[in-house]
Design a protein around this ligand. Structure first.
Ligand SMILES: [Zn+2]
Length: 69
């Protein structure tokens, strides 16, 4: 039996991946870009955390989205 898990963007909570745990474990340590907000998500221990990609453009977008709230 497959136990599917939904992995959500750390920033906007939209679902990026929906895979069995066995498949997710193969992707551990990889970066994924959220299609919704464009943030980098690092997959560790079956959860997404803030990515390690320090792209200045992403930082600017992040700042703008924070200040517009
Ligand atoms: Zn997102």
């Amino acid at each position: 039996m497959y136990n599917f898990k939904s992995l959500r963007c750390y920033n906007c909570k939209s679902v990026i991946l929906n895979l069995p745990e066995a498949e997710i474990s193969k992707l551990n340590g990889l970066n994924f870009q959220c299609e919704c907000c464009g943030h980098q998500n690092l997959l560790t221990e079956f959860k997404f955390h803030e990515g390690t990609n320090n792209d200045p453009l992403l930082n600017i977008l992040n700042f703008e989205s924070l200040s517009s709230c």
